[in-house]
Design a protein around this ligand. Sequence first.
Ligand SMILES: [Ca+2]
Ligand SMILES: [Ca+2]
Length: 467
Amino acid sequence: MTLTTLACSCRAVSRLIPAIAVVAAFLPHGAQAQVRRDMFQIGAQRYLRSQIPLADPTEGHHVAATQGFGVLFYASGPDGIPKTVVRYDAFGTVQYTRVVAEQLDEWVWGQDAVCTPTHDWVAWSTNLGMYAAQVADGNACPIVQLAATYGSVSVATDGARFAALARETFSPCPITVRFFDSQSAEVPGSGSVSGCVGGMTNILWDPQILLRTGAAPLVTYREQQAAAWTRYATRAFTLQPDGTIGPKFTIVPSARSGGMHLMVTDGSIQAFLLDQPGGNGNYVQQRFDSSTGAPLSAMTPIPDDDGAAAISSSGRFIMHRYDAQLSASVFRMFDIDGAPVTDWFAPLPEDELFPQRGVDPFYGRPVALGPDGAIYIFYVESDGAAVIRSSMLVLRPVVPGDLDGDGRLTNFDIDPFVLALTNREAYIAAFPHIPPEAIDILGDMNGDGLLTNFDIDPFVEALVNGP
Ligand SMILES: [Ca+2]
Ligand SMILES: [Ca+2]
């Protein structure tokens, strides 16, 4: 199919497919629920919005994302739900649901997860110890015990290997770090550390393992300032191949408290620090060199936030807060250096999300932002005592004309475009990963909401000259 033959090969097709459609999808624990998909606009960017209710409401949760995929890791209390991983594609379709550990009278302290196109790693802490496991292609690999008591967990990947970190809460031995390949085998000589590492104290909060391509792994942490419970410095050290630690260096010496989120983006560290005491209680953002701790950007206030950040591997990040006036969780995206990319937006009015919500306002968190710009948000509705309902929401940027669904408009979209226009049943059979109700959303080039012959000329125009 060439551009010349494209326009004349298409016969008249006009289908009235509702912009909002409802389909069934498989959900955790064998139950079925309704997936709702429609269009959503944030600024000039259109999104395919997929809302996926969870069959069993759950509270504990972690969300991670990569190109094309997002992972929800959730668990609940002793009377609750096994620790479970659900992988969604950016169209909101469940790829698999996998229980990684049965519930054994454990309570869950913390969770972490990383997501790659082919492997997901999760780590969690319970009263019985800290654990990590890989989930790949729908199979759960053996569970690794990182430590025998509870504490903080962190997992990371550089695409080739995975690292899991555990920090025991009451142990003088601050960290355990272990490295694994994509088959869950421990990587020999990779610098795995178990037990005490030299020169550390137990004043080490929120340690995170960061993997950098072509450089030694990094552990970042908050170190309490002497005699000041609420004041911390953000520091880091490298892990050497022999399992020893390199020199510690300071990233943020200032006396700032509260949450901190770090991730390597293009070899830099993205840091979020709660600007108090003395500040206004909002977060500030700054990037640092991951080898020296030297600042790479000015310290930028993030206005009006009160929520945690989610950072994409592209360096973009998203903040979250509860808007009492809207009675809704709102989100805002920023570029790698803290400039707003969007205004604050409510991804879904809460009355639409939870029509029978309880007396407590629902909250929407956590959130993950993929490098493809897809946003994954896990919503929970509570009546103040228990979780009543929970729901996954996926916002996938719509690239008009992207009928093969890879997130870009290229020549590979010509044949799918023609097929969707001329034979929708054949298109649905050829592109099963694309929800049928998304065809008009993806194929509509002239803004009337439908894929018709009137979209041919704008499609060719966009392909030749860009959107
Ligand atoms: Ca495409
Ligand atoms: Ca159209």
